[in-house]
Design a protein around this ligand. Structure first.
Ligand code: FAD
Length: 366
C-alpha cells in the first residue's frame, strides 16, 4: 500500500518518503496469496477489483515491471440456500457494474475443476477475469517507479513516534532520527493500531493469523482450475506450479501478531480440503506459512483523513484484501491528497464511520 501510494503521489508531482522498518514486502504483502477479484458484495469493492485489474493490465508499461497477472478466474461455491441467495444478489450487483460474471450449476463446476466434489453445490459464480498477481513484483515495481519519479524509500527505518503540534501532525520520530512533514500516512498493515497510539487516537485494526499451505504434486491434482472458494468454510485452493496452494480461516483464531504455524490446525484444512477435492487425501505438504490479516470491525478498510489529527491520513485495515486493493486505493487516495477528483469515491471507507457514520460491511470475506 505504501509503495502504491508513493508511486501515485510521485506521479502527481509530490516527493513522498516511504519509511519501512524491515524490507519492502516483508509484512502481510509478502505472505499473501496474490488473489485479485471483482466478486464482492459491496459496490465500492467491486469497483476497486475492476480498477485493480485495469491497473495491473497497464502496470508493465507504466512501471517497467511485469506484475505476473494470471487471469485464472475465481469460482465461488454456494452449498446452502442462504449462500445461493446471497450469491445471486451479489452477481446482480456485479453485472450491473459490468463485471463479466457467470452463474453455474454443479455439473458445470465439476467440468471446470476435475476431481471436485459437487454433490452439495447449489450454485456457483465464476468471473474469468479475476486472477492472481505477484505480490513481490507489484510491490517492488511500484517502489522502483516511485523512486524514478522522485520518491524516497528507506528500508530498515522504524517509526517510533508521531509528532503533534497541538492536534496537528508535524512529522514522525524514527529509530534513525526525526522527519518533519505536514502529512503522514499510516499504511502499516496489521501494526496500524500501534501507530494510532503514537498519535493518541484509536485505529481499529487488529492482526488475525491466517495460514497458507502448498502441497507436493499428487495424483488427480487439477492442473488448470480457477481459484476455487467454498463459501461455507472459506476453504480456497488453486494450482500453483506442480502443487496446490490452499488456505482456510480458523474460526477459533483470536487477534494477535504471533506468526508461528499452528500445526494442530493444519489437519482441519487438509480434512476440509479433501472433502471438497477428494484427490487431496493423498497429498503431502511442501511448505506452510502464516501471515496476518489486518481486521477492522466491519471488514472494510480505513482510507482517508483523520478529522481529529489534521495532517494524518490512514490507508490500512484492508481485512485480507489489501494486495488487490493497493493499486486502486493508492491511485484514489493520492488524488484526494493532491486535491484532484479520485477515480473511485472512497468515502464509505472514511475512518470516522465508527463514530456515527454509515457502515457498509463486506460479506464476501475469505
Ligand atoms: C495468508 C494471507 C493471504 C492473503 N491473501 C490475499 C489475497 O489473495 N489477496 C489480497 O488482496 N490480499 C490478501 N491478503 C491480505 C494482504 O496481504 C494485506 O491486506 C496487504 O498485504 C496489506 O498491505 P499493507 O501494505 O497495508 O500492509 P503490509 O504488507 O503489512 O505492509 C506494512 C508495512 O509496514 C511496516 N511497518 C509496520 N510498522 C512500522 C513502523 N512502526 N515503522 C516503519 N514500518 C512499519 C511493516 O514492516 C510492513 O512491511 C492475504 C493476507 C494473508 C496473511
Amino acid at each position: 500500500m505504501g509503495c502504491s501510494l508513493a508511486y501515485h503521489l510521485a506521479a502527481q508531482g509530490r516527493k513522498p518518503l516511504v519509511l519501512e522498518r524491515g524490507r519492502l514486502g516483508g509484512g502481510s504483502t509478502g505472505r499473501c496469496a496474490g488473489g485479485v477479484r471483482q466478486q464482492f458484495s459491496t459496490a465500492i469493492n467491486v469497483r476497486l477489483g475492476q480498477r485493480a485489474i485495469e491497473l495491473l493490465g497497464e502496470f508493465e508499461s507504466v512501471t517497467g515491471t511485469d506484475p505476473q497477472y494470471r487471469p485464472i478466474g475465481y469460482l465461488l461455491l454456494a452449498t446452502s440456500q442462504r449462500q445461493a441467495d446471497n450469491l445471486a444478489r451479489d452477481v446482480s450487483l456485479q453485472r450491473r457494474l459490468q463485471v463479466p460474471v457467470e452463474v453455474l450449476g454443479a455439473d458445470d463446476v465439476g467440468r471446470l475443476v476435475p476431481g471436485l466434489a459437487t454433490h452439495d453445490v447449489r450454485a456457483a459464480s465464476l468471473c474469468p477475469t479475476d486472477g492472481l498477481a505477484g505480490p513481490n513484483e507489484v510491490t517492488t515495481g511500484y517502489a522502483a517507479a516511485a523512486v524514478r519519479l522522485g520518491a524516497q524509500v528507506e528500508e530498515g527505518v522504524e517509526v517510533v513516534g508521531i509528532d503533534l503540534q497541538g492536534e496537528t501532525v508535524v512529522g514522525v520520530r524514527t529509530d534513525h532520527g526525526v522527519v518533519s512533514s505536514p502529512e503522514v500516512v499510516v499504511c502499516t498493515g496489521p501494526q496500524s493500531r500501534r501507530l494510532g497510539e503514537m498519535a493518541a487516537i484509536t485505529i481499529p485494526v487488529d492482526p488475525l493469523k491466517r495460514h497458507v499451505l502448498l502441497t507436493e504434486p499428487f495424483p488427480g491434482r487439477p492442473s488448470h482450475s480457477p481459484m476455487t472458494i467454498d463459501l461455507a468454510t472459506g476453504l480456497y485452493f488453486h494450482p500453483e506450479g506442480d502443487g496446490l496452494l490452499m488456505g482456510m480461516g480458523d474460526p477459533s483464531q483470536t487477534f494477535g501478531d504471533d506468526l508461528s504455524v499452528d500445526w494442530d490446525f493444519l489437519p482441519k484444512v487438509i480434512e476440509e480440503g479433501s472433502r471438497r477435492l477428494p484427490p487431496l487425501q493423498g497429498a503431502s505438504l511442501r511448505t506452510v506459512w502464516a501471515g496476518l490479516y489486518e481486521m477492522t470491525p466491519d471488514r472494510q478498510p480505513l482510507v482517508g483523513s483523520v478529522g481529529a489529527r489534521p495532517g494524518l491520513w490512514l490507508a490500512c485495515g484492508f481485512s485480507g484484501h489489501g494486495f488487490m486493493m493497493a493499486p486502486p486505493v493508492g491511485e484514489s487516495l493520492a488524488a484526494v491528497m493532491c486535491g484532484t477528483a479520485p477515480r473511485i469515491d472512497m468515502s464509505p471507507f472514511a475512518p470516522l464511520r465508527f463514530s456515527g457514520g454509515t457502515l457498509v460491511p463486506e460479506s464476501v470475506f475469505i
